[in-house]
Design a protein around this ligand. Structure first.
Ligand code: SAM
Length: 469
Protein backbone atom coordinates (compact mmCIF):
# COMPACT_ATOMS: atom_id res chain seq x y z
CA UNK A 1 0.00 0.00 0.00
CA UNK A 2 1.63 3.22 -1.19
CA UNK A 3 0.45 6.02 1.10
CA UNK A 4 0.69 9.67 -0.05
CA UNK A 5 3.89 11.18 1.34
CA UNK A 6 2.26 14.15 3.01
CA UNK A 7 -0.31 11.83 4.65
CA UNK A 8 2.61 9.82 6.07
CA UNK A 9 4.24 12.98 7.42
CA UNK A 10 0.96 14.07 8.99
CA UNK A 11 0.47 10.71 10.71
CA UNK A 12 4.07 10.56 11.91
CA UNK A 13 3.61 13.95 13.55
CA UNK A 14 0.29 12.91 15.06
CA UNK A 15 1.25 9.46 16.33
CA UNK A 16 5.00 9.86 17.00
CA UNK A 17 6.35 6.54 18.37
CA UNK A 18 3.05 4.76 17.54
CA UNK A 19 3.46 5.44 13.83
CA UNK A 20 5.21 2.13 12.89
CA UNK A 21 2.41 0.16 14.59
CA UNK A 22 -0.19 2.23 12.72
CA UNK A 23 1.54 1.62 9.40
CA UNK A 24 1.77 -2.09 10.12
CA UNK A 25 -1.94 -2.23 10.97
CA UNK A 26 -2.76 -0.62 7.62
CA UNK A 27 -0.87 -3.43 5.90
CA UNK A 28 -2.93 -6.12 7.67
CA UNK A 29 -6.42 -7.27 6.58
CA UNK A 30 -9.50 -5.29 7.60
CA UNK A 31 -11.61 -6.88 10.33
CA UNK A 32 -15.05 -8.06 9.16
CA UNK A 33 -18.00 -7.26 11.37
CA UNK A 34 -21.79 -7.39 11.36
CA UNK A 35 -24.51 -5.83 13.48
CA UNK A 36 -27.38 -8.17 14.26
CA UNK A 37 -31.05 -7.15 14.08
CA UNK A 38 -32.23 -8.41 17.48
CA UNK A 39 -35.85 -7.90 16.41
CA UNK A 40 -35.43 -10.57 13.76
CA UNK A 41 -33.01 -13.14 15.11
CA UNK A 42 -31.17 -14.08 18.28
CA UNK A 43 -27.66 -12.84 18.96
CA UNK A 44 -24.96 -15.36 18.01
CA UNK A 45 -23.13 -16.99 20.90
CA UNK A 46 -20.09 -18.23 19.00
CA UNK A 47 -18.86 -14.92 17.55
CA UNK A 48 -16.59 -12.36 19.22
CA UNK A 49 -18.56 -9.24 20.26
CA UNK A 50 -17.61 -5.71 19.21
CA UNK A 51 -17.08 -4.28 22.71
CA UNK A 52 -18.85 -0.89 22.39
CA UNK A 53 -22.17 -2.22 21.11
CA UNK A 54 -24.58 -4.92 22.24
CA UNK A 55 -25.34 -6.26 18.78
CA UNK A 56 -22.02 -6.10 16.88
CA UNK A 57 -19.84 -9.16 16.16
CA UNK A 58 -16.60 -9.92 14.36
CA UNK A 59 -16.38 -12.67 11.75
CA UNK A 60 -13.15 -14.57 11.26
CA UNK A 61 -13.33 -14.25 7.45
CA UNK A 62 -15.40 -12.53 4.80
CA UNK A 63 -18.15 -14.85 3.53
CA UNK A 64 -20.40 -14.24 0.51
CA UNK A 65 -23.14 -12.28 2.24
CA UNK A 66 -25.11 -12.36 -1.04
CA UNK A 67 -25.56 -16.08 -0.51
CA UNK A 68 -26.95 -15.79 3.02
CA UNK A 69 -30.77 -15.39 2.98
CA UNK A 70 -30.54 -13.96 6.52
CA UNK A 71 -28.68 -10.97 5.07
CA UNK A 72 -31.48 -10.32 2.53
CA UNK A 73 -34.07 -10.69 5.28
CA UNK A 74 -32.46 -7.86 7.26
CA UNK A 75 -31.34 -10.14 10.10
CA UNK A 76 -27.97 -8.32 10.15
CA UNK A 77 -26.11 -5.46 8.50
CA UNK A 78 -22.48 -5.67 7.43
CA UNK A 79 -20.89 -2.72 9.19
CA UNK A 80 -17.43 -1.54 10.09
CA UNK A 81 -16.87 -2.01 13.85
CA UNK A 82 -15.51 1.42 14.87
CA UNK A 83 -18.57 3.22 13.50
CA UNK A 84 -20.79 1.16 15.86
CA UNK A 85 -19.42 3.46 18.59
CA UNK A 86 -22.39 5.64 17.66
CA UNK A 87 -24.31 3.44 20.13
CA UNK A 88 -22.26 4.82 23.05
CA UNK A 89 -22.74 8.38 21.83
CA UNK A 90 -26.52 7.92 21.77
CA UNK A 91 -26.83 5.95 25.00
CA UNK A 92 -24.66 8.38 26.93
CA UNK A 93 -26.07 11.67 25.64
CA UNK A 94 -29.85 11.18 25.37
CA UNK A 95 -32.60 9.28 27.16
CA UNK A 96 -33.48 6.62 24.60
CA UNK A 97 -36.66 5.70 26.49
CA UNK A 98 -38.19 9.00 25.40
CA UNK A 99 -40.01 9.67 22.13
CA UNK A 100 -37.36 11.45 20.11
CA UNK A 101 -37.25 13.03 16.68
CA UNK A 102 -33.88 12.01 15.24
CA UNK A 103 -32.18 13.00 11.98
CA UNK A 104 -29.46 11.00 10.27
CA UNK A 105 -28.38 13.63 7.75
CA UNK A 106 -25.84 11.72 5.64
CA UNK A 107 -27.56 8.37 5.78
CA UNK A 108 -26.68 6.14 2.79
CA UNK A 109 -26.14 3.27 2.56
CA UNK A 110 -27.72 2.94 6.00
CA UNK A 111 -25.25 1.51 8.54
CA UNK A 112 -25.93 4.22 11.09
CA UNK A 113 -29.60 4.68 10.21
CA UNK A 114 -30.40 1.01 10.84
CA UNK A 115 -28.34 1.13 14.03
CA UNK A 116 -30.20 4.23 15.26
CA UNK A 117 -33.55 2.65 14.34
CA UNK A 118 -32.71 -0.33 16.58
CA UNK A 119 -31.74 1.88 19.51
CA UNK A 120 -34.72 4.25 19.50
CA UNK A 121 -37.92 3.62 21.44
CA UNK A 122 -41.01 2.52 19.51
CA UNK A 123 -42.47 5.98 20.00
CA UNK A 124 -39.60 7.78 18.26
CA UNK A 125 -39.24 8.99 14.69
CA UNK A 126 -36.10 8.71 12.56
CA UNK A 127 -35.58 10.80 9.44
CA UNK A 128 -32.86 9.09 7.40
CA UNK A 129 -31.68 11.51 4.73
CA UNK A 130 -29.32 11.19 1.78
CA UNK A 131 -28.61 13.99 -0.69
CA UNK A 132 -27.64 11.78 -3.67
CA UNK A 133 -30.77 10.25 -5.23
CA UNK A 134 -29.51 6.76 -6.21
CA UNK A 135 -27.91 6.45 -2.79
CA UNK A 136 -31.19 7.54 -1.15
CA UNK A 137 -32.88 4.62 -2.94
CA UNK A 138 -30.30 2.20 -1.51
CA UNK A 139 -30.91 3.70 1.92
CA UNK A 140 -34.67 3.15 1.49
CA UNK A 141 -34.07 -0.48 0.49
CA UNK A 142 -31.90 -1.13 3.54
CA UNK A 143 -34.43 0.55 5.83
CA UNK A 144 -37.23 -1.63 4.44
CA UNK A 145 -35.17 -4.77 4.94
CA UNK A 146 -34.29 -3.75 8.49
CA UNK A 147 -38.03 -3.56 9.06
CA UNK A 148 -38.46 -0.54 11.33
CA UNK A 149 -41.71 1.32 10.73
CA UNK A 150 -41.00 4.65 12.38
CA UNK A 151 -38.52 5.82 9.73
CA UNK A 152 -38.87 8.30 6.89
CA UNK A 153 -36.23 8.32 4.14
CA UNK A 154 -35.67 11.69 2.48
CA UNK A 155 -33.52 12.92 -0.39
CA UNK A 156 -32.63 16.50 0.47
CA UNK A 157 -29.82 18.96 0.68
CA UNK A 158 -28.92 19.84 4.30
CA UNK A 159 -30.20 23.42 3.76
CA UNK A 160 -33.75 22.14 3.05
CA UNK A 161 -33.72 20.28 6.34
CA UNK A 162 -32.26 23.28 8.19
CA UNK A 163 -35.50 25.09 7.35
CA UNK A 164 -37.39 22.83 9.80
CA UNK A 165 -36.54 25.01 12.79
CA UNK A 166 -36.16 23.20 16.12
CA UNK A 167 -37.55 19.92 14.74
CA UNK A 168 -35.02 17.38 15.99
CA UNK A 169 -33.91 16.23 19.45
CA UNK A 170 -30.88 14.51 17.95
CA UNK A 171 -28.99 15.02 14.70
CA UNK A 172 -26.31 12.64 13.45
CA UNK A 173 -23.94 14.08 10.84
CA UNK A 174 -21.72 11.29 9.52
CA UNK A 175 -20.08 13.71 7.15
CA UNK A 176 -18.63 13.04 3.69
CA UNK A 177 -14.87 13.14 4.30
CA UNK A 178 -11.45 12.48 2.82
CA UNK A 179 -11.75 8.82 3.84
CA UNK A 180 -8.31 8.36 5.43
CA UNK A 181 -9.72 5.83 7.85
CA UNK A 182 -10.85 3.62 4.95
CA UNK A 183 -7.46 3.33 3.23
CA UNK A 184 -7.00 -0.38 3.90
CA UNK A 185 -10.63 -1.27 3.23
CA UNK A 186 -10.96 0.84 0.11
CA UNK A 187 -7.61 1.45 -1.65
CA UNK A 188 -9.33 3.86 -4.10
CA UNK A 189 -9.57 6.30 -1.20
CA UNK A 190 -5.75 6.52 -1.28
CA UNK A 191 -5.79 7.73 -4.89
CA UNK A 192 -8.40 10.37 -4.10
CA UNK A 193 -6.56 11.74 -1.07
CA UNK A 194 -4.73 15.06 -1.30
CA UNK A 195 -4.04 18.04 0.95
CA UNK A 196 -6.43 20.03 -1.24
CA UNK A 197 -9.18 17.44 -0.75
CA UNK A 198 -8.79 17.52 3.04
CA UNK A 199 -9.29 21.30 2.90
CA UNK A 200 -12.26 20.97 0.57
CA UNK A 201 -13.88 18.31 2.80
CA UNK A 202 -13.34 20.39 5.91
CA UNK A 203 -15.01 23.43 4.29
CA UNK A 204 -17.91 21.31 3.06
CA UNK A 205 -18.38 19.80 6.52
CA UNK A 206 -18.61 23.28 8.04
CA UNK A 207 -21.16 24.27 5.43
CA UNK A 208 -23.22 21.14 6.12
CA UNK A 209 -23.19 21.81 9.87
CA UNK A 210 -24.30 25.40 9.38
CA UNK A 211 -26.97 24.49 6.83
CA UNK A 212 -28.67 22.00 9.12
CA UNK A 213 -28.02 23.64 12.50
CA UNK A 214 -31.37 25.44 12.91
CA UNK A 215 -33.24 22.13 12.72
CA UNK A 216 -31.80 21.08 16.10
CA UNK A 217 -33.88 21.92 19.18
CA UNK A 218 -32.24 23.97 21.92
CA UNK A 219 -30.96 21.36 24.37
CA UNK A 220 -30.71 18.88 21.49
CA UNK A 221 -27.65 16.80 20.69
CA UNK A 222 -25.50 16.74 17.56
CA UNK A 223 -23.32 13.71 16.92
CA UNK A 224 -20.61 14.46 14.40
CA UNK A 225 -18.43 11.76 12.85
CA UNK A 226 -15.96 11.15 10.03
CA UNK A 227 -13.66 8.34 9.00
CA UNK A 228 -10.53 10.52 8.98
CA UNK A 229 -7.56 11.19 11.24
CA UNK A 230 -6.70 14.80 10.34
CA UNK A 231 -7.75 17.50 12.78
CA UNK A 232 -9.06 19.88 10.04
CA UNK A 233 -12.06 17.59 9.43
CA UNK A 234 -12.47 16.70 13.09
CA UNK A 235 -11.44 18.69 16.18
CA UNK A 236 -10.90 21.94 14.27
CA UNK A 237 -14.42 21.78 12.85
CA UNK A 238 -15.85 21.38 16.33
CA UNK A 239 -13.81 24.25 17.71
CA UNK A 240 -14.99 26.31 14.76
CA UNK A 241 -18.62 25.29 15.42
CA UNK A 242 -18.23 26.46 19.02
CA UNK A 243 -17.21 29.92 17.74
CA UNK A 244 -20.28 30.11 15.48
CA UNK A 245 -23.03 28.65 17.67
CA UNK A 246 -23.97 28.16 21.31
CA UNK A 247 -22.77 24.65 22.08
CA UNK A 248 -21.19 22.65 24.85
CA UNK A 249 -19.12 19.54 24.49
CA UNK A 250 -20.61 16.26 25.77
CA UNK A 251 -17.99 13.95 27.31
CA UNK A 252 -18.38 10.19 26.94
CA UNK A 253 -17.23 7.54 29.40
CA UNK A 254 -14.81 5.05 27.85
CA UNK A 255 -13.80 1.60 29.02
CA UNK A 256 -9.98 1.37 29.08
CA UNK A 257 -9.99 -1.95 27.18
CA UNK A 258 -11.70 -0.28 24.21
CA UNK A 259 -8.45 1.58 23.48
CA UNK A 260 -10.33 4.58 22.14
CA UNK A 261 -8.27 7.80 22.14
CA UNK A 262 -9.91 10.86 23.69
CA UNK A 263 -8.83 14.24 22.35
CA UNK A 264 -9.53 17.71 23.67
CA UNK A 265 -9.03 20.92 21.77
CA UNK A 266 -10.12 24.23 23.24
CA UNK A 267 -12.54 22.39 25.50
CA UNK A 268 -14.13 20.36 22.69
CA UNK A 269 -13.80 16.61 23.16
CA UNK A 270 -13.51 14.01 20.45
CA UNK A 271 -13.03 10.24 20.25
CA UNK A 272 -10.61 8.66 17.81
CA UNK A 273 -10.27 5.09 16.60
CA UNK A 274 -6.90 3.96 15.25
CA UNK A 275 -6.50 0.55 13.57
CA UNK A 276 -3.37 -0.29 15.59
CA UNK A 277 -5.30 0.23 18.84
CA UNK A 278 -8.81 -1.03 18.10
CA UNK A 279 -10.15 -3.80 15.88
CA UNK A 280 -11.74 -1.56 13.28
CA UNK A 281 -11.04 1.19 10.77
CA UNK A 282 -10.09 4.81 11.42
CA UNK A 283 -13.00 6.80 12.84
CA UNK A 284 -13.71 10.03 14.72
CA UNK A 285 -16.81 10.96 16.71
CA UNK A 286 -17.80 13.88 18.91
CA UNK A 287 -21.01 14.93 20.67
CA UNK A 288 -22.15 18.49 21.33
CA UNK A 289 -25.28 19.92 22.89
CA UNK A 290 -27.00 23.01 21.54
CA UNK A 291 -27.35 25.36 24.48
CA UNK A 292 -29.43 28.07 22.79
CA UNK A 293 -31.44 28.58 19.66
CA UNK A 294 -34.95 28.89 18.24
CA UNK A 295 -37.68 26.53 19.34
CA UNK A 296 -39.95 24.93 16.75
CA UNK A 297 -42.79 27.11 15.53
CA UNK A 298 -46.30 25.75 15.92
CA UNK A 299 -47.41 23.77 12.95
CA UNK A 300 -51.00 23.48 11.88
CA UNK A 301 -52.37 20.98 9.48
CA UNK A 302 -53.16 22.72 6.21
CA UNK A 303 -56.68 22.64 4.76
CA UNK A 304 -55.54 20.28 2.03
CA UNK A 305 -53.34 17.82 3.89
CA UNK A 306 -50.67 16.03 1.92
CA UNK A 307 -51.26 12.73 3.69
CA UNK A 308 -54.71 11.40 2.88
CA UNK A 309 -56.34 8.81 5.10
CA UNK A 310 -57.47 5.61 3.44
CA UNK A 311 -61.22 4.94 3.34
CA UNK A 312 -62.90 2.70 5.93
CA UNK A 313 -63.19 -0.13 3.40
CA UNK A 314 -59.52 0.16 2.44
CA UNK A 315 -58.42 0.19 6.08
CA UNK A 316 -60.54 -2.90 6.68
CA UNK A 317 -58.52 -4.76 4.03
CA UNK A 318 -55.28 -4.38 5.97
CA UNK A 319 -56.38 -3.85 9.57
CA UNK A 320 -55.28 -7.28 10.77
CA UNK A 321 -51.87 -7.18 9.17
CA UNK A 322 -50.04 -5.11 11.81
CA UNK A 323 -49.26 -6.34 15.30
CA UNK A 324 -50.36 -3.06 16.97
CA UNK A 325 -52.90 -1.62 14.51
CA UNK A 326 -53.85 1.18 16.91
CA UNK A 327 -50.37 2.73 16.63
CA UNK A 328 -50.67 3.41 12.91
CA UNK A 329 -52.53 5.76 10.62
CA UNK A 330 -53.29 4.19 7.24
CA UNK A 331 -52.83 6.66 4.40
CA UNK A 332 -53.31 6.23 0.68
CA UNK A 333 -51.30 7.66 -2.19
CA UNK A 334 -52.31 6.52 -5.69
CA UNK A 335 -52.90 2.76 -5.22
CA UNK A 336 -50.58 2.33 -2.24
CA UNK A 337 -51.66 1.94 1.37
CA UNK A 338 -49.03 2.90 3.89
CA UNK A 339 -48.89 2.79 7.69
CA UNK A 340 -47.42 5.85 9.41
CA UNK A 341 -46.89 6.24 13.17
CA UNK A 342 -50.04 7.92 14.50
CA UNK A 343 -48.23 9.86 17.20
CA UNK A 344 -46.19 11.77 14.58
CA UNK A 345 -48.83 12.65 11.98
CA UNK A 346 -48.52 16.44 12.36
CA UNK A 347 -44.75 16.30 12.03
CA UNK A 348 -44.99 13.83 9.16
CA UNK A 349 -47.36 16.18 7.35
CA UNK A 350 -44.69 18.86 7.69
CA UNK A 351 -41.97 16.51 6.42
CA UNK A 352 -43.99 15.33 3.42
CA UNK A 353 -44.87 18.92 2.51
CA UNK A 354 -41.36 20.30 2.77
CA UNK A 355 -39.00 17.47 1.86
CA UNK A 356 -38.56 14.92 -0.90
CA UNK A 357 -39.72 11.77 0.86
CA UNK A 358 -38.41 8.63 -0.85
CA UNK A 359 -39.95 6.16 1.57
CA UNK A 360 -41.95 6.43 4.80
CA UNK A 361 -43.48 4.15 7.45
CA UNK A 362 -44.49 0.71 6.20
CA UNK A 363 -45.67 0.18 2.64
CA UNK A 364 -48.51 -2.25 3.19
CA UNK A 365 -50.38 -2.97 0.02
CA UNK A 366 -51.49 -2.01 -3.42
CA UNK A 367 -55.26 -1.84 -3.61
CA UNK A 368 -57.27 -2.58 -6.69
CA UNK A 369 -61.00 -3.13 -6.80
CA UNK A 370 -61.28 -3.93 -3.12
CA UNK A 371 -58.38 -6.33 -3.32
CA UNK A 372 -55.14 -5.77 -1.42
CA UNK A 373 -51.83 -7.11 -2.67
CA UNK A 374 -49.26 -7.13 0.15
CA UNK A 375 -45.99 -5.29 -0.65
CA UNK A 376 -42.39 -6.43 -0.01
CA UNK A 377 -41.77 -3.99 2.86
CA UNK A 378 -44.64 -5.53 4.83
CA UNK A 379 -43.06 -8.98 4.54
CA UNK A 380 -39.85 -7.61 6.06
CA UNK A 381 -41.50 -5.38 8.64
CA UNK A 382 -40.99 -5.96 12.35
CA UNK A 383 -44.60 -4.84 12.77
CA UNK A 384 -46.21 -7.55 10.66
CA UNK A 385 -48.71 -9.45 12.79
CA UNK A 386 -47.44 -12.99 13.40
CA UNK A 387 -50.65 -14.70 12.35
CA UNK A 388 -51.71 -12.44 9.48
CA UNK A 389 -50.45 -14.71 6.69
CA UNK A 390 -49.55 -18.38 6.36
CA UNK A 391 -45.79 -18.93 6.36
CA UNK A 392 -43.64 -21.38 4.46
CA UNK A 393 -40.28 -22.17 6.05
CA UNK A 394 -37.87 -23.10 3.24
CA UNK A 395 -34.40 -24.65 3.07
CA UNK A 396 -31.28 -22.83 1.92
CA UNK A 397 -31.52 -23.90 -1.73
CA UNK A 398 -35.19 -22.86 -1.99
CA UNK A 399 -34.51 -19.57 -0.20
CA UNK A 400 -31.70 -18.71 -2.63
CA UNK A 401 -33.87 -19.64 -5.63
CA UNK A 402 -36.68 -17.48 -4.23
CA UNK A 403 -34.28 -14.54 -3.81
CA UNK A 404 -33.06 -15.18 -7.37
CA UNK A 405 -36.72 -14.83 -8.49
CA UNK A 406 -36.91 -18.37 -9.75
CA UNK A 407 -39.94 -20.61 -9.50
CA UNK A 408 -40.10 -22.37 -6.15
CA UNK A 409 -42.23 -25.15 -4.70
CA UNK A 410 -43.95 -24.46 -1.38
CA UNK A 411 -45.24 -27.72 0.01
CA UNK A 412 -48.13 -27.90 2.45
CA UNK A 413 -49.30 -24.30 2.19
CA UNK A 414 -52.81 -23.36 1.16
CA UNK A 415 -53.47 -21.22 -1.91
CA UNK A 416 -53.15 -17.43 -1.58
CA UNK A 417 -50.44 -15.13 -0.22
CA UNK A 418 -47.66 -16.97 1.62
CA UNK A 419 -44.79 -15.45 3.57
CA UNK A 420 -41.60 -17.24 2.51
CA UNK A 421 -39.18 -17.47 5.40
CA UNK A 422 -35.78 -18.93 6.15
CA UNK A 423 -34.67 -19.74 9.71
CA UNK A 424 -37.79 -17.93 10.89
CA UNK A 425 -36.80 -14.71 9.08
CA UNK A 426 -39.33 -13.57 6.43
CA UNK A 427 -37.90 -12.88 2.97
CA UNK A 428 -40.90 -11.95 0.83
CA UNK A 429 -44.18 -13.00 -0.76
CA UNK A 430 -45.14 -15.96 -2.85
CA UNK A 431 -48.65 -16.36 -4.20
CA UNK A 432 -49.68 -19.95 -4.24
CA UNK A 433 -52.05 -20.98 -7.05
CA UNK A 434 -53.44 -24.46 -7.67
CA UNK A 435 -50.44 -25.77 -9.58
CA UNK A 436 -47.60 -23.27 -9.08
CA UNK A 437 -46.28 -20.42 -6.98
CA UNK A 438 -45.86 -16.86 -8.28
CA UNK A 439 -42.66 -15.33 -6.96
CA UNK A 440 -43.30 -11.74 -5.83
CA UNK A 441 -39.76 -10.96 -4.69
CA UNK A 442 -38.91 -7.48 -6.07
CA UNK A 443 -36.88 -7.54 -9.29
CA UNK A 444 -34.59 -4.77 -8.12
CA UNK A 445 -33.64 -6.65 -4.92
CA UNK A 446 -33.02 -10.05 -6.50
CA UNK A 447 -29.72 -11.94 -6.33
CA UNK A 448 -28.12 -11.29 -9.70
CA UNK A 449 -25.24 -13.79 -9.71
CA UNK A 450 -25.66 -17.25 -11.21
CA UNK A 451 -26.58 -19.89 -8.65
CA UNK A 452 -25.67 -22.93 -10.78
CA UNK A 453 -22.50 -23.78 -8.86
CA UNK A 454 -23.76 -22.58 -5.51
CA UNK A 455 -26.79 -24.87 -5.53
CA UNK A 456 -24.71 -28.03 -5.81
CA UNK A 457 -25.18 -29.82 -2.46
CA UNK A 458 -21.45 -29.94 -1.69
CA UNK A 459 -21.20 -26.14 -2.17
CA UNK A 460 -24.40 -25.35 -0.30
CA UNK A 461 -22.96 -26.92 2.82
CA UNK A 462 -20.12 -24.43 2.81
CA UNK A 463 -22.27 -21.29 2.62
CA UNK A 464 -22.23 -18.84 5.48
CA UNK A 465 -25.59 -18.56 7.23
CA UNK A 466 -25.69 -16.37 10.32
CA UNK A 467 -27.75 -18.72 12.44
CA UNK A 468 -25.24 -21.55 11.91
CA UNK A 469 -22.55 -19.54 13.65
C1 SAM B 1 -19.75 8.71 5.31
S1 SAM B 1 -21.03 8.58 4.17
C2 SAM B 1 -22.40 8.11 5.16
C3 SAM B 1 -22.41 6.69 5.61
C4 SAM B 1 -23.66 6.35 6.38
N1 SAM B 1 -23.86 7.24 7.50
C5 SAM B 1 -23.64 4.92 6.92
O1 SAM B 1 -23.36 4.72 8.09
O2 SAM B 1 -23.95 3.99 6.15
C6 SAM B 1 -21.41 10.25 3.81
C7 SAM B 1 -22.66 10.48 2.99
O3 SAM B 1 -22.81 11.90 2.79
C8 SAM B 1 -23.34 12.11 1.51
N2 SAM B 1 -23.00 13.49 1.05
C9 SAM B 1 -22.13 13.86 0.09
N3 SAM B 1 -22.13 15.20 -0.04
C10 SAM B 1 -23.00 15.70 0.84
C11 SAM B 1 -23.45 17.00 1.17
N4 SAM B 1 -22.97 18.06 0.55
N5 SAM B 1 -24.38 17.13 2.12
C12 SAM B 1 -24.86 16.04 2.77
N6 SAM B 1 -24.46 14.78 2.50
C13 SAM B 1 -23.56 14.60 1.55
C14 SAM B 1 -22.71 11.03 0.66
O4 SAM B 1 -23.48 10.76 -0.48
C15 SAM B 1 -22.63 9.84 1.61
O5 SAM B 1 -23.74 9.00 1.46
Amino acid sequence: MQLPLSFQVRMQTQLEEDYPAFKQALASPSPISIRVNANKTSLPTSLTPVPWTETGFYLSERPSFTLDPMFHGGAYYVQEASSMFLEQALKQSVDLEESLAVLDLCGAPGGKSTHIASLLSEGSLLVANEVIKPRANILAENIQKWGSGNVVVTNNDPSHIGALTGFFDVMVVDAPCSGEGMFRKDPDAIQEWSEANVKLCSERQRRILMDVWDALKPGGVLIYSTCTYNSEENEENLVWLSTQQDVETVPLTLQPEWNVTETQEQGMRGYRFYPHKTQGEGFFLAVVRKTEGDEAGTYRKSKRPYLVSASKQEKALVQDWLSEPGDWEIVKHKETLRALPKAWMLELEQLYENLRVVYGGIELAEVMKNNAKPLPALALSQHLSAGAFPRAEVDLATALKFLHREDVVLEDSATGWVLVQFNGVPLGWGKKLQNRVNNHYPKEWRIRMSLDEVLKPENLEKQFVLSNQ
